[in-house]
Design a protein around this ligand. Structure first.
Ligand code: ACO
Length: 377
């Protein structure tokens, strides 16, 4: 008799050298380096290299990698044309998923054993996803997409393409750190979903589009949108307690709270809160920040003992909102960061691949009679 493990909780599905989490102590490391140190000292480009190639790059290695990313930012006009035909009120995550899947038709990379193909599909995915996200933002407001620039960093160029304004250096650095914080997180639902597809030896565009699909859900990446919407609904600090009490009484989840692995505050939530404060110091406090703090305090009093604390999605919304990023673009930004982690796991998986084929505990009937349609009631 198979033992059922709902949600595969705690079941290791592969060995990995990429990310490490200690959920009891609130530790997150990429290739052994703490997330706090990377957030302080690194850039998204360097972190992507670290995740993909297993070591910090030399200056030349970083220069070449960064240059490759910069020269692959543009998206084919036929992909942009395809995007223009999509409903403008569709969710940007659905657009991103569709455009990434379409990329696989323009840049076939079916020979996944070919290292050169693997490298260039990795570069294209990381370089072009921000262009797709920004282009859809422009299109849905009736504007032409803004052409990417190759004289800006990954994060600064993304802000440029969104706003067609020279990005403020603080905003660009904050976006850079947000991308670092979201770049990898071990065996979560989207990474696992990508690996299931990768295990069939499907191409990387198919893998990433499936991971984007998994990230869409409100229990995963979609929680950042829901958390900000919840703060908007609460509106004032005084409303926070009755709102939270009512939700807890109805056994509803508080978005941006709780985590399968962390039983203390997610270190990325700490880092995002720090970024929020930096941003507020320069540009004024977000009107809902105090509401968020009050929610965090109440949750800690009420259910903190169960190991429920804020996760990465709790403070990212107030940061993005302060950067004037529309609420439904929060999860796509998560995706443009996480693509480095998804692909790092894919490269690692291919060294020793085995197709995923779990089992189930069958609870249905056996030897049931076939009843003809006339006799069915
Ligand atoms: N609010 C209130 N109670 C919660 C929350 C929450 N956000 N999260 C968990 N709990 C409670 C559950 O009700 C349950 O209580 P019980 O034991 O009395 O029944 C207990 O904590 C365990 O909860 P589970 O749902 O079993 O925990 P699980 O590990 O399956 O879920 C998850 C983790 C999905 C993240 C959950 O905490 C959740 O839904 N949080 C809200 C959505 C969210 O913020 N998701 C983003 C996660 S980070 C990311 O994916 C990027």
């Amino acid at each position: 008799m198979e033992k059922l493990v709902p949600g595969l909780e705690g079941v290791p599905i592969m060995e990995s050298e990429i990310g490490f989490i200690n959920g009891l102590e609130g530790i997150l490391e990429y290739r052994g380096i703490s997330i706090e140190e990377l957030a302080e000292k690194s850039t998204y480009e360097e972190v992507a290299y670290l995740l993909l190639f297993g070591k910090l790059p030399t200056r030349d290695e970083l220069k070449n990698f960064d240059q490759d990313l910069r020269t692959h930012r543009r998206v084919k006009y036929r992909i942009l044309d395809m995007m223009k035909c999509m409903p403008e009120n569709g969710h940007p995550m659905d657009m991103l998923q569709a455009a990434v899947a379409a990329m696989g038709m323009f840049y076939p990379a079916r020979d996944i054993r070919d290292e050169t193909q693997r490298y260039w599909s990795t570069i294209r995915l990381i370089a072009k996803m921000p262009t797709i996200v920004a282009a859809f933002e422009r299109m849905r407001h009736g504007d032409e997409p803004v052409r990417p620039r190759d004289d800006l960093s990954h994060a600064a160029n993304f802000l440029w393409m969104l706003n067609e304004e020279e990005p403020d250096p603080l905003d660009a650095r904050i976006m850079d750190v947000c991308l670092i914080l979201h770049a990898e997180h071990t065996m979560n639902a989207s990474t696992f979903s990508g690996l299931v597809v990768g295990s069939t030896e499907a191409d990387p565009y198919t893998l990433v589009s499936s991971a984007i699909g998994a990230l869409t859900g409100p229990l995963h990446g979609g929680a950042n949108e829901q958390a900000l919407k919840m703060f908007q609904e609460i509106e004032t600090v005084d409303n926070a307690r009755p709102f939270i009490e009512a939700r807890l009484a109805a056994r509803q989840k508080i978005m941006g709270m709780g985590h399968r692995v962390y039983k203390v505050k997610d270190p990325r939530a700490n880092a995002l809160q720090g970024l929020a404060l930096k941003l507020f110091e320069a540009k004024g406090e977000h009107p809902l920040y105090k509401v968020a703090q009050e929610v965090e305090k109440i949750i800690s009093e009420r259910v903190g003992a169960k190991g429920i604390a804020s996760n990465v999605d709790f403070y990212s919304g107030v940061v993005y909102d302060k950067l004037d990023i529309p609420i439904d673009q929060f999860t796509p930004i998560f995706a443009i960061a996480r693509v480095a982690g998804w692909l790092a796991h894919w490269h690692e998986q291919l060294k020793n691949n085995r197709i995923f084929r779990p089992t189930q505990v069958y609870t249905g009937s056996h030897e049931s009679p076939y009843i003809s349609s006339e006799q069915r009631s």
